[in-house]
Design a protein around this ligand. Structure first.
Ligand code: CA
Ligand code: CA
Ligand code: ZN
Length: 672
């Protein structure tokens, strides 16, 4: 509607009428949790803004707009900002700036990002290779199975013939499958679940496995893990780099893409990423399917053996496409970070000192936490595994150093966001290929910074990055297909182009602005003097700004899922009843459990906390005095042992949390 209005005005201007263009009013098109900071940005000077009910157009709230930033370096815009944080009534609204512009509609309510999370995770289902996507799950985007002849050994492997490597996810807008990019993607998704199981427990995504009692995120990731297990050479534990054609397919449906696909040579970056994600998969899947978990761990350990037998990067200089092959290269000449990540995850999963010693002797090689992770740079994934991991003998001094580097880095991101248009924690040079995922990976680190420090400004900065993705950006665009009022219609994504359906497949994150103009469409539309964050176009040929990719959707799943429940704001101090009125004790996750389980609780005020665990006969088998704890959300991990470290028997237990003079109890099931 706004676009139509603008077109009318544009024509009036062409015809010589002196009508001003309406100001752009930028905000998150999905919306805001009721109790959270809320800002609107306006690109023309105006004194105030009005929050209006979307159904009645009644003004429910007004506040001032003030100059926020002049000539924002990333966008070239001068932006005015309005604060509506203290408007908390659930509903559907829009904002009108003094005089002219109106925003896209948005909602205020708890769990406002739940649908974003579900769509983003289901986006992976739509990337599945080697199976029919059937109507009940996929309509109207159902399609036939593809790439059932994956794959034939490429001559670079030194092997000949066929090896079954069907399944897994198409990597991006193309139909290739790449082990390295699977690494950061699967690693991020499994980290989301392992760290915050209660927020990623949904079993209702309408994918195969929905309703089976296992969180759908684990059903979906398992589809990729089962492909990955086919990518390993059982002979030496090494892992093949990719399965692709020699050249990218034309814009055809995957079932019509019948050119020969090849398995390319093994690489040490692939082996390192593989070992890391499969080691984490062991921990995550153990309570659900211990045989599968053991398969993952033994594959991870054999990949480590391969790395140990090949101490220099394989192939020399890192993987490069051989002559005649032009699909994704994922070139990375430094495999030290992949080895470090493998060591950290294997140590947390096994406690084995060889992995621990490797991590301890190499963890400083590329610095601690001073930048976001990405597919070629996974040292931060190693550090997060070590910082957040629980394992006997873990070095708390190293954890403290990691924590300090994390919180320092996050403080810098927070400051950067506070001084940048739309609160994007980015400098102009950060708007490179996949910039939307750069923002979201920074949001993940801000989330961990918040979790480690309790500093709510870091949580708010993390949410600001999601607001940017969902519409608070210079394009006034929600960058996720099928989400918000205005979103990309022409992603560089072969099924969306070839399926004959107007709307693209939903839930897919566009790469985002790219000031380096790495494709001809960007070069035709922008120049080196275009502000960095403006270099984006919703065009199917703009693979460098409008492609989609699994490693971009993964941090979207993490961040939207993290904020999909009210939990992150339980401790937020704003006017109103933000803390619970009384003690809340959550159901433990996972439950039943094997190994360890997370118990979360929420305190209305600072209090003395004790956790006790009783068996079915009422005998107290565990007690921990946790001292005084502040108001807000907390978590404690119980490893199924008595206070003296003795493992307890399988069975039903009751956990009781005492907060001062109050207490609550719940039941859990321990399966050894
Ligand atoms: Ca499920
Ligand atoms: Ca690397
Ligand atoms: Zn396929």
């Amino acid at each position: 509607m706004l676009q139509q209005l603008r077109n009318v005005l544009f024509q009036l201007i062409i015809l010589g009428f002196a009508a001003p263009l309406p100001a752009d009013v930028f905000l998150d098109q999905v919306g805001y949790p009721a109790v959270s900071p809320k800002y609107v940005f306006v690109s023309e000077a105006a004194d105030s803004f009005f929050l209006k009910d979307a159904a009645t157009n009644n003004t429910l709230y007004r506040n001032q707009l003030s100059l926020f930033i002049a000539n924002d370096p990333a966008t070239g815009l001068t932006l005015y900002r309005g604060d509506f944080s203290d408007f908390q009534a659930p509903g559907e609204y829009y904002i009108e700036a003094d005089g002219s512009g109106v925003s896209h509609p948005f909602a205020i309510r708890d769990s406002v990002y739940l649908e974003v999370y579900k769509k983003a995770l289901k986006g992976f289902y739509f990337q599945r290779c080697g199976m029919d996507l059937v109507g009940p799950y996929a309509a109207p985007y159902y399609r036939s199975q593809c790439h059932l002849a994956d794959g034939f050994y490429h001559s670079t492997t030194g092997q000949t013939g066929f090896r079954l490597t069907t399944g897994g996810w198409h990597d991006a807008g193309d139909y290739g499958k790449y082990t390295v990019n699977a690494g950061i993607s699967v690693g991020t998704l499994l980290m989301a679940y392992e760290e915050f199981p209660d927020r990623f427990a949904r079993d209702d995504l309408n994918i195969p496995g929905s309703g089976n009692g296992i969180p759908d995120i684990l059903d979906e990731v398992r589809y990729q893990l089962e492909w990955l297990l086919k990518m390993r050479d059982p002979g030496d534990g090494g892992v093949y780099f990719k399965v692709t054609r020699e050249n990218f397919a034309p814009y055809i449906m995957p079932a019509n893409d019948t050119a020969t696909r090849y398995i390319y040579e093994k690489s040490s970056t692939a082996a390192g990423d593989f070992a890391a994600m499969l080691a984490r998969a062991f921990r995550v899947y153990l309570p659900f399917d211990s045989l599968f978990a053991q398969d993952c761990l033994s594959a991870a350990e054999s990949a480590w053996s391969y790395l140990a037998a090949h101490p220099s990067i394989v192939p020399p200089g890192g993987f490069h496409n051989p002559p005649g092959t032009n699909t994704g290269e994922y070139g990375d000449g430094d495999d030290r970070d992949e080895r470090l990540w493998a060591a950290a995850e294997l140590f947390i999963s096994t406690g084995n000192s060889q992995y621990h010693n490797y991590y301890i002797s190499h963890y400083t090689q590329q610095g601690l936490i001073s930048g976001q992770m990405g597919w070629p740079n996974v040292q931060v994934m190693a550090h997060l595994a070590y910082l957040r991991g629980q394992q006997a003998g873990i070095n708390s001094a190293i954890q403290n150093a990691l924590r300090n580097s994390l919180t320092n880095y996050c403080q810098g991101l927070h400051n950067l966001g506070n001084g940048s248009g739309f609160h994007a924690a980015m400098v102009p040079n950060d708007y490179y290929w996949g910039s939307n995922a750069v923002l979201l990976n920074r949001a993940i680190l801000l989330i961990f910074g918040f979790e480690e420090s309790g500093e709510t400004a870091l949580r708010d900065a993390a949410l600001d990055q999601l607001h940017y993705i969902l519409g608070a950006n210079a394009h006034n665009l929600c960058f996720i297909t099928g989400t918000g009022e205005l979103s990309p219609l022409h992603p560089h994504h072969r099924p969306s182009i070839a399926d004959g359906i107007v709307d693209p497949i939903p839930g897919l994150l566009a790469g985002g602005p790219n000031k380096y103009l790495n494709d001809p469409i960007l070069q035709a539309n922008f120049t080196s003097s275009t502000p960095a964050a403006l270099c984006y176009i919703d065009h199917q040929e703009s693979y460098a700004s409008n492609e989609i990719a699994i490693n971009w959707n993964a941090p979207l799943v993490f961040v939207s899922g993290y904020f999909s429940t009210p939990d992150p704001f339980m401790g937020l101090i704003l006017p109103g009843e933000n803390f619970p009125e009384s003690l809340i004790l959550d159901q433990n996750y996972p439950n039943p459990f094997n190994g360890s389980t997370v118990i979360r609780f929420h305190l209305p005020f600072r209090d003395q906390i004790t956790l006790q665990i009783f068996d079915q006969l009422g005998r107290r088998v565990f007690e921990e005095n946790m001292g005084m704890m502040p108001a807000g959300a907390h978590r404690v991990v119980w490893d199924g042992t008595s206070g003296r470290g003795e493992p307890l028997a399988s069975g039903i237990y009751y956990y009781l949390l005492r907060a001062g003079t109050t207490s609550q109890a719940r039941k859990m099931v321990y399966l050894r």
